[in-house]
Design a protein around this ligand. Structure first.
Ligand SMILES: NC(=O)c1ccc[n+]([C@@H]2O[C@H](COP(=O)([O-])OP(=O)(O)OC[C@H]3O[C@@H](n4cnc5c(N)ncnc54)[C@H](O)[C@@H]3O)[C@@H](O)[C@H]2O)c1
Length: 401
C-alpha cells in the first residue's frame, strides 16, 4: 500500500539494458546474494537516496530479490542516468522526478520517498546525509523505523555535527568506516575513475604538470599516487597536521592551499568540506583547472566564479572556461560536481559491487539478533567484512593464507 505514485515510465533503450546487463556480470557479490540470502529482507520497506546509475540499479534489484520494497530518490540530477530511471520505473521501483531548481538536498523528492509507504520506511539507505537529516525533522513520524545505513564519510560528518555521537533517533550504521569499503572504493576505484575523468574532460597531457590534491584521506591519497604515476609534480594540501606529515613521508610536497593555487596546473579537491572558496580566487594562477572528487559540489567556488566572470564558455563537454575581469582564465571540470560521475560513469562496476554489498551486510547486521537496537552511530563488525571479502576472493578464484 503506497501513498505516492510513480511518474509514467518511459521505455528504456536497448543500449542501457545492455549496459545494465554488463554491470550485473561484473557485480558477482550482489548477484550471488540474490540466491544465498533470499528472503533476508522480506517485509522491509527501504527508502533510499543515492546516485542513480547502472551499478545502483543492480543493488536495487538485489534488495528486491531479498524481499524488500524500495522507494528511491536521486542524489543529484547531475549523477542521475535517465535511462536507468526508465529501467527501474518499468520494473516498478518508485522514483520521484527531480524538481528543477532545487538545492543540493532535493528536498521535495526526499519528502516524497519518506511519504511513499503508508507507515513509512523500516530502513533507510542514505548517501550524503540529506535523507537522514530529513528523517530527524521534528514533524516526521517514522513509527516502524529499525535503523539506517549511511554510505559516505561526508554524510557521517554532517550527522555527527547535528546530533553528536549518540543523538540520533535510531541506530545508524556508518559504512564509510568499513575497512573493506574504504580500501576498495575510496582508495582504489574512486582515484582511478577521478583521474581518468580529469584526463578526459581536460583533454591535456598530465605528465610534467603541477597537480594539487586538497585532502589526503582515502580518496585524495589515491589520486595523489595515481597523478604521480602519470608523471605529475604532486603537491598536497591538508588541514590535519598528522595527515600532512603522512603525505610528506609518502614523498609528496606539502603546501598551504593559497600558495599551491599560485603554482597549480590542476587542482583536485577530495576533502568532504568546502575546500577552495571564493576567498581563494585572487590566489589562483591563470589557466588553472579545478576539479572535485568529493561528494558535494561546494568543495569548489563555482557560484562565485560565475558571478565574478565577464565571460563563461563551455569549451568542450565537461570543461568550462571562466574569464575574470583581470584577464585570468580559470577552468572548471565537470562543473564542480563529483567528477567521476559528472564526466564519466563513476567507479568501475566491480568496485561498487563491494561497496553496495557492504551496505547490504550493514542492513543484515541491523536486522540480526546482535545488531544495535538503541540510537547512536555504529560500525559494521569486522567478521561481516571478512566474510564479504572472502566471498569476493572466492568469486575471483583467489585464495588467502
Ligand atoms: N568520487 C568518488 O567516487 C568518491 C568515492 C568515495 C568518497 N568520495 C568522497 O570524497 C570525499 C573524501 O573522502 P575520503 O574518504 O578521502 O575522506 P577522508 O575523511 O578520509 O579524507 C578527507 C581529508 O581531507 C582533509 N581536509 C578536510 N578539509 C580540508 C581542507 N579544507 N583542505 C585540505 N584538506 C582538508 C581531512 O583532514 C582529511 O584528511 C568525501 O566527500 C567522500 O564522500 C568520493
Amino acid at each position: 500500500m503506497t501513498s505516492t505514485s510513480s511518474p509514467e515510465p518511459t521505455k528504456p533503450s536497448q543500449q542501457s539494458l545492455d549496459a545494465l546487463a554488463w554491470a550485473e556480470e561484473q557485480m558477482t557479490l550482489l548477484t550471488g546474494l540474490r540466491g544465498d540470502e533470499r528472503g533476508a529482507l522480506a517485509g522491509q520497506r527501504i527508502v533510499m537516496r543515492g546516485h542513480i546509475t547502472k551499478e545502483s540499479a543492480v543493488q536495487v534489484r538485489t534488495l528486491r530479490a531479498l524481499g524488500a520494497e524500495i522507494a528511491w530518490c536521486a542524489s543529484s540530477p547531475v549523477t542521475t542516468d535517465p535511462d536507468i530511471v526508465a529501467v527501474m520505473t518499468c520494473e516498478g521501483v518508485h522514483i520521484p522526478p527531480d524538481a528543477p531548481g532545487e538545492g543540493r538536498a532535493g528536498e521535495q523528492a526526499i519528502q516524497d520517498v519518506l511519504d511513499h509507504f503508508g507507515r513509512g520506511p523500516t530502513l533507510l539507505l542514505d548517501e550524503g546525509g540529506d535523507l537522514l537529516l530529513a528523517a530527524h525533522a521534528d514533524d516526521r513520524e517514522l513509527p516502524d523505523i529499525l535503523g539506517a545505513v549511511e554510505k559516505t564519510g561526508s554524510g557521517m560528518v554532517r550527522l555527527k555535527q547535528r546530533f553528536g555521537a549518540d543523538g540520533t533517533k535510531f541506530p545508524v550504521l556508518a559504512v564509510d568506516t568499513s575497512y573493506l569499503k574504504h580500501v576498495v572504493d575510496n582508495s582504489g576505484g574512486a582515484p582511478q575513475s577521478v583521474v581518468e575523468c580529469i584526463m578526459r574532460a581536460s583533454g591535456t597531457l598530465l605528465a610534467g604538470r603541477t597537480f594539487v590534491v586538497a585532502g589526503f584521506g582515502g580518496v585524495g591519497s589515491g589520486i595523489a599516487r595515481r597523478a604521480a604515476g602519470l608523471g605529475c609534480r604532486v603537491i598536497v594540501t591538508e588541514v590535519r597536521p598528522t595527515v600532512a606529515l603522512r603525505a610528506l613521508v609518502e614523498g609528496f610536497e606539502v603546501m598551504r592551499l593559497a600558495d599551491a593555487l599560485q603554482v597549480a596546473d590542476v587542482v583536485c579537491t577530495a576533502t568532504g568540506e568546502q575546500a577552495v572558496t571564493a576567498a581563494h580566487l585572487p590566489h589562483m594562477r591563470s589557466e588553472i583547472m579545478l576539479a572535485n572528487a568529493g561528494h558535494f559540489a561546494d568543495e569548489l567556488p563555482v557560484a562565485a566564479l560565475r558571478e565574478a566572470a565577464v565571460e563563461v564558455k563551455e569549451v568542450r563537454s565537461g570543461r568550462t572556461r571562466y574569464l575574470l575581469p583581470d584577464g585570468r582564465v580559470i577552468t572548471v571540470l565537470g562543473n564542480g560536481d563529483m567528477i567521476n560521475l559528472a564526466v564519466g560513469e563513476g567507479n568501475p562496476s566491480e568496485v561498487m559491487d563491494v561497496t553496495f554489498a557492504t551496505q547490504i551486510a550493514a542492513l543484515r547486521y541491523l536486522l540480526s539478533e546482535t545488531g544495535p537496537r538503541e540510537p547512536g552511530v555504529f560500525s559494521l563488525p569486522v567478521d561481516y567484512e571478512e566474510e564479504l571479502a572472502q566471498r569476493k576472493l572466492d568469486l575471483m578464484g583467489l585464495a588467502v593464507g
